[in-house]
Design a protein around this ligand. Structure first.
Ligand SMILES: [Zn+2]
Length: 185
């Protein structure tokens, strides 16, 4: 998964690596992709974001910045640099399901700051599965539900793409999707 590897390097290298990464990707697997966008609605705040994150010139920094804000930790408004590969993966899952790109995906959880993650861990219950080194803390995970799409179909679409981790939480009504190691639970 070269593209995911590039995403990892960019996360490590920070903003300076963005130009280099987009050059590589434009010449590579995504050359045929004219535009990618994704839209979310945070179910806790009802905030929405609808942004183009990839275009003819590569990653769209403005769109990615809007998504960073839209996927912030809603409990304390902290944001981080979300993994652009996660936006790509989510848009592919959505497309696999034949869902319109303007459809606002229900966002249950995006970025989690260290404070929030520790609080969720301490609380247990629904969040018993919250890991100490959560992919949410790395800006590489979201918990999602797509309006009108049965949760098991969302799970199967996510699994089929082999883009990272997939967690199925039918009782809580969401699927966890991350760009970490390919695994599922
Ligand atoms: Zn999650």
């Amino acid at each position: 998964m070269l593209d995911i590897e590039i995403g990892r390097r960019r996360m490590l290298g920070g903003a300076l690596a963005l130009g280099a990464a987009s050059t590589v990707i434009t010449k590579g697997a995504f050359a045929a992709l004219p535009e990618r966008r994704v839209a979310f609605r945070n179910i806790h705040t009802n905030d929405t974001v609808d942004a183009r994150f990839f275009g003819a010139d590569g990653w769209d920094k403005q769109g990615l910045a809007e998504l960073n804000y839209g996927l912030r930790d809603w409990r304390n408004n902290e944001e981080t640099q979300m993994d652009p590969q996660l936006m790509l993966l989510i848009s592919r899952i959505r497309d696999t399901l034949g869902v319109d790109p303007r459809t606002k995906i229900d966002l249950i959880s995006g970025y989690r700051s260290p404070v929030t993650n520790a609080a969720l861990r301490a609380r247990g219950g629904v969040h018993t599965g919250v890991a100490s080194k959560s992919q949410h803390m790395l800006g590489k995970a979201t918990d999602l539900h797509i309006p009108g799409v049965p949760l098991d179909r969302l799970k199967m679409a996510a699994l089929s793409l082999q883009g990272g981790g997939v967690g199925y939480y039918p009782r809580d009504g969401f699927v966890h999707v991350d760009t970490g190691r390919v695994r599922h639970w």
